[in-house]
Design a protein around this ligand. Structure first.
Ligand code: HEC
Length: 153
């Protein structure tokens, strides 16, 4: 091995070592470890069991207290992204805490139909939430019937 190759190899190893060290330090940050699923208080008056079933598949991980925390929710920095999505999702719309009102709830059907919900990156990691066009139509219709539609459609 030439001296030049040795130097390059050493440089690569130092960089790798730093990355592994940084990764380990990230694991010490406590945010993202709670993985709480508070009790379910009340659900919306679903128009049909089918709507609920599709919502469970496509929406419940972020918009209910029945989150199925994936394995990577234990590994920073993915754990932070998951925690953030669930916290934000639940605060906007929580199908397990229907004793409150949610101003954005009537947008659910529209967001489902236009493909904004569930978010693209989530669908990539969760094939079961990647509804067929037929299922998407069904869910959007069911959400409209259950939650209403925005006034200025
Ligand atoms: C990966 C987590 C996740 C999933 C799954 C998910 N959402 Fe969301 N949703 C969020 C987050 C985070 C926000 C708040 C930020 C935003 O608006 O993008 C949000 C916002 C919303 C809003 C308010 C947005 C607006 O334009 O007013 C609605 C309505 C909504 N989601 C409906 C749904 C429905 C219906 C499903 C299932 C078909 C779903 N979401 C699936 C994370 C998620």
């Amino acid at each position: 091995m030439t001296l030049r190759m040795r130097r390059i190899l050493k440089g690569v190893l130092v960089v790798l070592g730093c990355l592994v060290g940084l990764f380990l330090v990230l694991q010490l940050i406590p945010y993202g470890r709670t993985h709480s699923n508070p009790p379910s208080i009340a659900e919306p008056p679903w128009d049909s069991p089918r709507t609920r079933e599709l919502a469970v598949r496509a929406c419940y991980d972020c918009h209910s207290n029945h989150t199925q925390w994936p394995w990577y929710a234990n590994v920073a920095p993915m754990s932070w992204a998951v925690q953030f999505d669930v916290e934000t999702g639940r605060s906007v719309l929580n199908f397990s805490e229907w004793d409150r009102s949610y101003t954005r709830a009537p947008y659910s059907g529209r967001r489902t139909l236009d493909g904004n919900m569930p978010p693209y990156k989530y669908r990539m990691a969760h094939p079961e939430a990647d509804l067929t066009p037929q299922e998407t139509l069904e869910l959007a219709r069911g959400l409209d019937l259950t939650l209403g539609t925005p006034a200025e459609r």
